[in-house]
Ligand binder design. Sequence first.
Ligand SMILES: [Mn+2]
Length: 243
Amino acid sequence: MMGRNLIVGDIHSQYGLLMDVLSSAGFSPESDSLYSVGDIADRGPETVRLIRFLSSLPSYRPVLGNHDLWLRDYLVSGLCPQVWMADNGGLRTVKDFIRSGVDDDEKEAMGEWLSHAPYARVEERYIIVHGGIPSGWTMAELAKVSSLPPSTIGYAALEDAAVSPLFNRSYLQSAMAFENGADPSVLQSPLATDRHIFIGHTPLNSPFHSERYHLTAVDTGAGHSRKLTLMDMDTYEYWQAGD
Ligand SMILES: [Mn+2]
């Protein structure tokens, strides 16, 4: 039997919730692929345990989220910016690394592992980005971003909230406005592709689909004491854990 392609919303260090949804879905590490929309780190309790688990999977296919960039910078360069530490759960993550006894070698290996997640993933049937598709972007921009080498600090343009697919929300906002009856002429256009787009970054009450924007949003707020969603990328069946 062919394995399934499953995608998980922003995990935000909720290792226990991930175990619950994987168990509900009958996840098989040997045959199923696990995709992630990014933001595996911060806010929740078990970043280190989560990374140790995810990095052991044979078919884990992530993209980078903004929280993963902060964690990468900490692991690779020891950076602890205030915006991460105080406002985005970084302090709890740093404490978890200390408490979990992660030594310098493991820290370096984890930083290297995290750096290999691409900014965007363009596959035969799917596009995966953390936030969305910036206005005016075509497949050419996405293809370029998806083929960049492993990220190190310095791709400033991609890490700039104003223009980056990691931080973008306009694509989701346009899709939601369209589904609520807005005039399409005032909205961002759907990306011209047959592929289906999966995103996270924006916590929603339930997974959101738009046929017109061939979009599915799967962040249901696990980082905000709400639910973690795991979805089959072909059937859209999904499983949830959390409150
Ligand atoms: Mn995010």
